[in-house]
Design a binder for this molecule. Sequence first.
Ligand code: CO8
Length: 262
Amino acid sequence: MIRHMNIKRETKDNILEVTLNRPERLNALDWDMLAELRKLTLDITTDIAQGQAPRLVVLRSSSEKAFVAGADIKCFASDLARAQEFAAFGQEVISDFADIPVPKIAVIHGYALGGGLELALACDLIATTTQSIFGFPETGLGLVPGFGGTLRAALRIGTAGARRMIITGDKLTGDQALLLGLVDYCAPLDEFQSVLNTVIQQVISVSPLAVRSALILLNELEREVGIQALKREKDCFASLLASDEGKEGVRAFVEKRPPLFG
Ligand code: CO8
């Protein structure tokens, strides 16, 4: 059953504000969060069909510390038998969210790690404060990104940047992420709201029909390019999860100790 507590929504002036609200877990994505994200996608799709689409979706967090700290490792560690299913569900939910032909802007303040960065990459625009932290910690857990991150990072920053981020697990600040092209806008906290307001005004000033058409074209292109890549990512994630290194990485996180790999 979905609790509908972890994702809040509010529409104002035709802008849908979506707030991720699981601060005690730094918005780590568990089954409920993903189910609520899927419901959000379905509802926006219905609104589009009924001619009531929002002009813009602003995706943010209620936590001052994190946008999203990743997939909920404890959730999949406690039920390894369903972990593959969880990964596949997450990849599908985030891909469907990415496909919504309404502009979506991710507002990052704090950590955007692993599945959290993958969710941000499913948005059309990413705005961040300079102090935020971006990274793919998965290889440190014996895993690879599993929610479409290998594809969307490579599409956004090129395979060289994606290799660097995924292989090293490097954590980048907002400034560094801007330099790499991982985010679109970056400003210090005290200037951030004004930068964000300017972007929002720009997006809602242009033709919604033209924007929707452009997003449909771009989304189709990414789906065509990505369909095999997403399938391979899912298979790769599943086999790593079943491997000794994957099990050790996940166990080490839960036991709050460094992992011991080969
Ligand atoms: N999963 C579960 N719980 C988490 C997560 C997470 N990803 N991130 C944070 N939490 C929990 C912490 O365990 C802690 O809980 P508790 O109080 O019960 O110990 C609480 O949130 C607060 O976090 P911290 O006390 O750790 O806060 P710190 O400020 O000390 O550290 C960090 C913040 C650096 C963000 C740290 O929490 C951290 O390293 N988190 C994990 C980051 C990570 O590795 N993310 C990637 C996860 S894997 C992933 O996303 C793969 C995507 C595909 C998955 C497919 C699934 C099958």
